[in-house]
Write a protein that binds this ligand. Structure first.
Ligand code: SF4
Length: 344
């Protein structure tokens, strides 16, 4: 049997391994400290462990299985990584330094089954879910390679995390754990296009994690065009689950809305969105569209963005416009992957 990957192992599984060998629990904590806080990738370097124990660990485990295949850095400091997985598949992640803090945007699936037509990832199709250890290792690998600490984590890379809830939620536990990466729940944001059951489950399981829901349209016809999952989970069911999430957590939800010229950026759309969100504990984040190769969706003009924002404000909806980072490095999620796959 091959060796197990120790990176991303659930804390209870790490503790069990030591317990089964009659080793004290503090040995597991030492290993976690070496792995996640000191970025060590070789048991031999865990110098406060007995040599015999280091050998036993090396016989049972390998340390990591992802590799950085390519990295691109933009002028504004954002850095994009293409990571290869053990089966030859690849995912992307983006590191965004801002005001002395590092935000990492990670993937949850290889490709994406939702298939939004404006998104490079959606146009690649879906290959598979990432398992929880692969998700944790995305963070671990960048921290180790770049010798830095990730302070904010966002699930906005390739894939829909709430369609991979089992592995996504296990990964969150390791990322958050004292014997894991120690990233606080309030510094983690999950972005979804809306999987109602999983939104409610998230509210029950992780009361302090931030939720962002991508609406992109104020009615079902338009939304089904932009976010095909809307045909299964229509707006009313998504918004109902968001209300339930707010009741469970008492946390404000971010509503993301990407503006596309002459598609979803009219004054009528802005008024309709305001009516949907009135008196909800939400903040709207307007995202100027980013046109990807092969897509006919064009970014809304600055005049149309301004009008959309003005209407929301007039209707007392909290709103900001997101500043785009990572220009020049195929900033949209999935673009670097598509280039590698020869799909552009
Ligand atoms: S926008 Fe998000 S949900 Fe839609 S296809 Fe892209 S990754 Fe998937």
């Amino acid at each position: 049997m091959g060796k197990r990957n120790i990176v991303g192992l659930l804390p209870q599984d790490l503790f069990s391994w030591f317990e089964e060998r009659g080793e004290p629990a503090y040995r597991a904590r030492q290993v976690a400290l070496w792995l996640y806080q000191r970025g060590v990738s070789c048991f031999e370097d865990m110098t406060d462990l007995p040599v015999k124990l280091r050998r036993a660990l090396a016989e049972s485990f390998q340390v990591g299985e992802l590799h950085i295949k390519e990295r691109l850095r933009s002028q504004d400091g954002a850095e994009k990584f293409l990571l290869t997985l053990h089966d030859g598949n690849a995912v992307e992640e983006v590191l965004i330094p801002h005001r002395g803090r590092n935000t990492l945007c990670v993937s949850s699936q290889v490709g994406c089954p939702v298939g939004c037509p404006f998104c490079a990832t959606g146009r690649t199709g879906f290959k598979r879910n990432l398992n929880f250890q692969e998700i944790v290792e995305e963070v671990w690998l960048v921290e180790r390679e770049r010798r830095l600490k990730v302070e904010n984590l966002v699930f906005m890379g390739m894939g829909e995390p709430l369609l991979n809830y089992d592995h996504f939620s296990k990964a969150l536990r390791v990322i958050n754990a004292r014997e894991g990466l120690r990233i606080g729940s309030r510094r983690i944001t999950v972005s979804t296009v809306g999987v109602p059951g999983a939104i409610v489950q998230l509210g029950r399981d992780f009361k302090e994690v931030n939720l962002a829901v991508s609406l992109h349209a104020p009615d079902n016809d338009l939304r089904s065009l932009l976010v095909p999952l809307n045909r299964i989970y229509p707006l009313s069911s998504v918004l109902r689950s968001v209300r339930e999430y707010i009741t469970l957590t008492n946390r404000r939800v971010t509503v993301e809305y990407t503006l596309w010229q002459d598609v979803n950026d009219s004054a009528k759309d802005a008024h309709a969105l305001a009516r949907l969100l009135v008196e909800m504990l939400v903040h709207v984040n307007i995202i100027p569209g980013n046109q990807v190769a092969g897509s006919s969706f064009r970014p809304a003009s600055s005049e149309r963005i301004e009008r959309f924002v003005r209407i929301l404000k007039e209707n007392r909806i909290n709103v900001t416009v997101r500043k785009s980072r990572g220009r020049g490095i195929q900033a949209s999620c999935g673009e670097l992957y598509r280039i590698q796959e020869g799909k552009t």
